[in-house]
Design a protein around this ligand. Structure first.
Ligand code: SAM
Length: 282
């Protein structure tokens, strides 16, 4: 049963980490003219009005994107953050206020060129319904179905390049292993793909099943970016950090993202840390 709805968490610190990494990867891909297929295996709704009942219930965006938005003039001189915040500004409906947070389908489709294509998978009927109502370019395909199965089934793709975002809700413990298996299968069919996999840092540490599964499966060139808001322990429950794996990362991504993250860490307090390193090298 699917009960997770991303609208309750839209714009939180993990979304900022995830979408900033995705934005930086897309930047690198756009440096060449050759076409790219993008796949988003767990798309969600696409766009989140911050005043919606679900999003205003927990208001997680206040500790996430809202902090960057308030500091946008000061952060604008950092190239990646400046570009990301300008893009965020384009989706707002009123002058200088922050009233919308865009999900991955928006971040991916916003800079889609005519030669590129985008596939958005969403399994939840309600979430898919929201996504189906979004105005998106013609070269975007919305698929109501399982994203991990869809990813493997749709490979190889006809374009020379492929970029995949895997962003599950990990509602079921088995998902960590299922994601590792699907990523390994997909990478066997598309060895050149740039693949981004998000995972939560939770006290139970189940993300290690995903990470170990990829390493044991023989995958190389896995770069890891982890943003920790606090250290685990002290009996505190809940997500204490956000992780991103980038398989076949574009050259220079680590430095670019690392510099941007160092600028925004102070907004999350003294206990915030970012680490970028190779989980598995070449
Ligand atoms: N990627 C989105 C973003 O960045 O805006 C957020 C996605 S949210 C974390 C996870 C989504 O995956 C939920 O909307 C959920 O309904 C959907 N989902 C869960 N299991 C799925 C599956 N097997 N295939 C496709 N979508 C799934």
């Amino acid at each position: 049963m699917l009960s997770y709805q991303h609208a309750y968490h839209a714009g939180n610190f993990a979304d900022v980490h995830k979408h900033l990494t995705l934005f930086a990867v897309i930047d690198h891909l756009l440096r060449k003219k050759s076409s790219v297929t993008y796949m988003d295996t767990h798309a969600g709704r696409g766009l989140y009005p911050l005043a919606a009942e679900e999003t205003s219930r927990l208001q997680e965006y206040r500790e996430g994107v809202a902090r960057l938005w308030q500091a946008r003039e000061r952060l604008g001189d950092e190239p990646l953050l400046g570009d990301w915040l300008s893009a965020l500004g384009r989706v707002q409906s009123r002058g200088s206020g922050l009233d919308q947070y865009p999900g991955s389908p928006w971040w991916l489709s916003d800079r889609l060129r005519p030669q590129d294509r985008l596939m958005l998978f969403e399994l939840h009927p309600g979430e898919h319904g929201h996504l189906a109502r979004q105005a998106l370019p013609d070269n975007v395909e919305r698929i109501h179905g399982d994203g991990l199965q869809g990813l493997v089934k749709r490979l190889p793709v006809p374009t020379p390049r492929l970029c995949v975002l895997v962003d599950p809700s990990y509602e079921r413990k088995a998902e960590y292993v299922e994601v590792a298996e699907a990523v390994l299968q997909a990478m066997r069919k598309a060895r050149h793909a740039v693949m981004l996999v998000w995972y939560p840092l939770l006290p139970a540490g189940r993300h290690l099943e995903l990470l170990e599964g990829l390493r044991e499966g023989g995958l190389r060139k896995i770069w890891r970016s982890e943003l920790r808001q606090r250290e685990p322990g002290g009996g505190e429950r809940g997500m204490f950090g956000s992780g991103m794996l980038v398989i076949n990362p574009p050259w220079g991504l680590d430095e670019r993202l690392g510099t941007a993250m160092e600028r925004i860490l102070p907004m999350w307090g003294e206990t915030s840390r970012h680490r970028g390193d190779w989980w598995v090298g070449e």
